[in-house]
Design a protein around this ligand. Structure first.
Ligand SMILES: N[C@@H](CCC(=O)N[C@@H](CS)C(=O)NCC(=O)O)C(=O)O
Length: 202
């Protein structure tokens, strides 16, 4: 059986959990408690030497990096049609799978750090404002690509899954979002995969 090593409040873990739910896979959820530092324990470092979640286990494979996990699962369960067949759209899907962790995620994570894990009196209002502006500007890149489509590549795909957790976090952290993005997010959040993932607690 597939094994997921993850933590319910981690956005990158949520991406992996969403794709497993979307394809209807049977999997075992192994919680790695980030609050207790379990991701740095020697036994877990043997699973992921980076000391991070998520990791997907499948037989001898231990796969880290959430975007790699999304592609692996989508390819293993092709009936879910989460990867476009058109080569241009497929190339663009890879673009979002690289852009989200590399560019979109870091300022969202920094906002989370300020607003969720820093005592109020130690928070830096200027940094928070700058981060919100950066995330808002990045989110408009998504809005421009959406144009009048319901999903980034026309049909629902990995490109939407990779965006969903951190876009949700951006909305929760007070980033100003255009109506197009608010509607897109609402559309994604109605999916049973998100309903399940967002209700999970440690
Ligand atoms: N690029 C990695 C990033 C993984 C990552 O940063 N995971 C976070 C949780 S969202 C983590 O494990 N943080 C704990 C730590 O760094 O100690 C991916 O996309 O999977």
């Amino acid at each position: 059986m597939l094994e997921l090593y993850a933590f319910p409040f981690s956005g990158n873990s949520r991406k992996a959990t969403i794709v497993l739910e979307e394809v209807g896979a049977e999997y075992q959820y192994n919680q790695i408690d980030l609050m207790q530092g379990e991701q740095k324990q020697p036994s877990y470092l043997e699973i992921n030497p980076n000391g991070k979640v998520p990791v997907l286990g499948d037989g001898d494979l231990l796969l880290w990096e959430s975007s790699a996990i999304l592609i692996y699962i989508a390819e293993k369960f092709p009936a879910a049609e989460l990867i476009p067949t058109d080569p241009i759209l497929r190339a663009e899907m890879h673009q979002w799978l690289v852009w989200q962790p590399g560019t979109y995620n870091p300022p969202v994570s920094a906002l989370n750090g300020q607003l969720m894990f820093t005592p109020t009196e130690q928070q830096d209002p200027e940094q928070i404002a700058t981060l919100r502006q950066t995330v808002a500007a990045n989110t408009e890149i998504v809005a421009t690509r959406l144009a009048d489509q319901p999903y980034l590549l026309g049909a629902f795909s990995l490109a939407d899954i990779v965006m969903l957790p951190h876009l949700s976090a951006a909305a929760e952290r007070g980033v100003e979002l255009s109506a197009k993005i608010t509607n897109y997010l609402a559309r994604l959040q109605t999916r049973p995969s998100w309903q399940k993932v967002s209700s999970m607690t440690p």
